[in-house]
Design a protein around this ligand. Sequence first.
Ligand code: COA
Length: 192
Amino acid sequence: MLPRLETARLELRPLALEDAPQIQQLFPRQVTVDYLALRVPWPYPEDGALTFIRDHALPGMERGEQWHWTLRLKTTRLKAQPAQIIGLISLRKGDENNRGFWIATPWQRQGLMTEAADVVTDYWFDVLEFPKMRIPKAAPNLASRRISERQGMRIVGIEERDYIGGRFPTEIWEITADEWKSRRTNDRAPIA
Ligand SMILES: CC(C)(COP(=O)(O)OP(=O)(O)OC[C@H]1O[C@@H](n2cnc3c(N)ncnc32)[C@H](O)[C@@H]1OP(=O)(O)O)[C@@H](O)C(=O)NCCC(=O)NCCS
């Protein structure tokens, strides 16, 4: 079973069917979707969150091929209750597209996804024990790009790809388990 994870400010709770109404409220209204892959239906259908969770995410988690967590704030200081979902972060087995994330606009630019990405990347390498992580990103998506840069990822390829917002140059970012573990600071111990 997927564990809850924690960062300094966030609780990461395994995605569940009961999260569908909150995600349906949040995702189409408060997330910039321009740089998300075309597999995300857009305009977002009325049952978009339900079908994503029920038909894709939960079966993927049961097969041991996907790992999804909702993001919630541990305290109320940042204008959200702990029960309130503010974003989502996912891991996926496969040659690339191994991690994806979004956070709603009121909680962006506060370093929150940087925190979530670190703990989830620890999980990828320490618990799931994959040898490398690869993620394609639209090059103009500066915030997402910056998270990869800060994590010590390298660009291993550049190509054009289609997104909800159009066709963009795409950078393929990569980091190996050895690179991740050797750059991890001593104050962040492995989680397993
Ligand atoms: C990408 C995303 C998850 C970043 O989340 P976030 O919590 O705002 O990110 P952080 O606050 O941790 O910031 C990460 C870095 O990006 C920078 N950044 C954040 N928003 C930015 C923006 N709009 N433009 C430029 N830089 C930005 C931050 O300053 C920070 O840089 P620093 O480490 O040098 O200070 C968020 O913008 C988002 O949900 N976007 C829409 C969905 C999406 O594009 N997902 C990724 C698909 S690959």
